[in-house]
Design a protein around this ligand. Structure first.
Ligand code: ADP
Ligand code: MG
Length: 591
């Protein structure tokens, strides 16, 4: 057989996607070629299931990737379904003719399609982003099939001949172009495989071949180490002999050839999220968390999403432990499509505030072959995003209702997240409104209505708060003495958050504990005293204006109940908020 031709192009709207790939992540070819191998294996398994083929007993179906730094090639070998000449013609030569789709159409009544990754017939061509020359050797599972060799130099014309391949399956070889040699480096290749293929559904093995030069260096070093060890032994023996000790007969057993360790696949074919929540233990959830997010701290708790209807979505969302004083909260949500990694933090699918969490979402139904902006306007994607938000809110409110103790215990860690969510997402806010709690000066947790009730008599509609317990300790003491309560609002998110609360509850006013000295701290004054205080205020103001060269200050003399307070500095709530805002926008304050 000998066939040549030019490749036909099947669809016009496919090139923007190729181009996009061409210009963005070049490493994506690993994902595409490995996932094609997985698909090929899955297809063969399905044929076995429906009785059209029998997989030989004891045969492990898998994908093997070899990165060869010496020859600058990468090969992808699978022992899946294989292709005959006609199929290569149809599936490979016709760009954008998706064999996956064809396969599904053909078998859609007999099997379910949820394991097949390829959808739009372009993956294979990503090989040409990094390789000048690509070859395929394939032997179809079909009885009497002849092995085929295909090769193409730039992806625009091809040649097909017979192949010497004897095992059913496909081997694809990429001869890397000079700009892409990095990809045959052992560590780089492994890193990319880990990124994209860690949870693919078929076992994947990885082998790296070093350059001859590198290998020679390693061999040389090993040889040297061995020689030195022998020299050391000989010297030791000579010394013992000289000391008159009996030289022990060489009893050391010949170093036994180590039994070759069974190579381990680089991936986990059934990731935790794909299991039913009832089948997963806390230990497994934690282990998965540490491994996938490289976070040695324990997660606080997690939500396992598992739904089949009206769309397919599985995943685990972890609430990380954060130290609000030091850590910036930065999560990662890894998005998968049928166990194939797509990307981190795709904001079109995952609500922004949820990206503060750490988690994985696998959604096979996602239309990932369309552009980002299309995703944004996609009603279906919006539904997914809303569903995730709803699940998270349900879990939180459920905990507050039935495990209030846990909720309070986690509150310090999760409150910035919840507040951010409330600010960012009206639907989430609606659900969470009644479950926002505030830690008071005694370490108790109160809701806004609780606080308002406490303050109803003397400080109607006021909520006092502390942002820094050390700095504001003097005021805290005063408040405690007077039996007035205040709540702690120490996170950056609290400023915009209370502004929102005030907008939603126009009567309510949040007042920082050092803002305006409330009347509770002032002693009743007679008319005469009032007159003195007024005079004192005027002379003090003049003095301060002169001393600080600032005529905007107000200084007030008041008679306080607590005589131990010689002087307290206060700044009105509005004034301080204004200053903070100016600081935020980089203007200098009016100090
Ligand atoms: P997609 O996977 O989206 O269909 P690809 O360009 O990745 O598109 O692959 C095109 C088609 O080529 C596949 O659908 C499949 O039929 C065939 N193919 C590619 N790689 C293999 C392989 N390793 N084994 C068998 N068939 C393959
Ligand atoms: Mg594919």
């Amino acid at each position: 057989m000998n066939k040549e031709g030019s490749l036909s192009i099947n669809s016009e709207n496919i090139f923007p996607i190729i181009k996009k790939w061409l210009y963005s992540d070049h490493d994506i070819f690993f994902r595409e070629l490995v996932s094609n191998g997985c698909d090929a294996v899955t297809k063969l398994k399905k044929l076995d299931m429906i009785g059209e083929y029998t997989i030989p007993e004891g045969k492990e179906l898998c994908v093997k990737v070899t990165a060869d730094a010496e020859t600058k090639t990468i090969t992808f070998t699978d022992n899946g379904i294989g292709m005959d000449a006609n199929e290569i013609d149809q599936y490979i030569n016709q760009i954008a003719f998706s064999g996956a789709r064809d396969f599904l159409d053909k078998y859609k009544d007999k099997t379910n399609d949820d394991q097949i990754i390829g959808h739009f017939g372009l993956g294979f061509y990503s090989a040409f982003m990094v390789a000048d020359r690509v070859t395929i050797d394939s032997l179809s599972y079909k009885e009497g099939a002849k092995a085929v060799h295909w090769e193409s130099d730039e992806g625009t014309s091809f040649e097909m001949t017979d192949s010497a391949k004897t095992e059913i399956g496909t081997t694809i070889t990429l001869y890397l172009n000079e700009d892409s040699y990095e990809f045959c480096n052992e560590y780089r290749a492994k890193e990319i495989l880990d990124k994209y293929c860690s949870f693919m559904p078929i076992p994947i093995y990885f082998e790296a071949i070093k350059t001859a030069e590198e290998q020679a260096r390693i061999d040389e070093a090993e040889k040297k180490a061995k020689e030195e060890e022998e020299k050391r032994k000989a010297e030791e023996a000579a010394k013992k002999a000289a000391d008159g000790e009996a030289v022990e007969a060489e009893t050391e057993a010949e170093p036994t050839e180590k039994a070759p360790e069974a190579p381990k696949p680089i991936n986990e074919t059934t990731p935790l999220w794909a299991k039913h929540p009832n089948e997963c233990t806390d230990e497994e959830y934690k282990e998965f968390y540490h491994r996938v997010f490289h976070d040695y701290k324990e997660p606080l708790f997690w939500i396992h999403l598992n739904m089949d209807y009206p769309f397919n979505l599985k995943g685990i969302l972890y609430f990380p432990k954060i130290n609000t004083e030091y850590d910036s909260i930065e999560g990662t949500i890894k998005l998968y499509n049928n166990q194939v990694f797509v990307a981190d933090n795709i904001k079109e699918v995952i609500p922004e505030f949820l990206m503060l969490l750490k988690g994985v979402i696998d959604c096979p139904d996602l239309p990932l072959n369309v552009s980002r902006s299309a995703l944004q306007n996609d009603g279906f994607v919006k539904k997914i995003s809303d569903y995730i938000t709803k699940k998270v809110a349900d879990r939180l409110t459920g905990m507050c209702k039935t495990k209030r103790e846990d909720y309070e215990k986690f509150w310090d860690d999760i409150n910035p997240f919840i507040k951010f969510g409330v600010l960012k997402d009206e639907k989430f806010a609606e659900k969470m409104n009644d479950y926002i709690i505030f830690k008071d000066l005694n370490g108790k947790y109160l809701t806004l209505p609780d606080i308002l009730k406490e303050n109803e008599e003397k400080h109607k509609n006021q909520v006092f708060y502390v942002t820094d317990e050390k700095e504001q300790s003097q005021y805290i003491e005063m408040f405690k003495k007077e039996g007035i309560n205040a709540v702690l609002l120490k996170h950056n998110i609290d400023a915009p958050f209370i502004t929102r609360l005030e907008q939603k509850n126009p009567d309510v006013k949040f007042v920082r504990i050092d803002s305006d000295l409330t009347d509770s701290f002032k002693e009743e004054t007679s008319d005469e005293e009032k007159e003195t205080l007024k005079k004192d205020s005027e002379s003090l103001t003049a003095l301060f204006h002169k001393a600080l060269n600032n005529d905007k200050l107000t200084v007030k003399a008041e008679k306080l109940k607590d005589a131990s307070m010689a002087c307290v500095m206060t700044l009105s709530e509005e004034g301080r908020r204004m200053q903070e805002m100016m600081k935020m926008y980089g203007m200098s304050g009016m100090d």
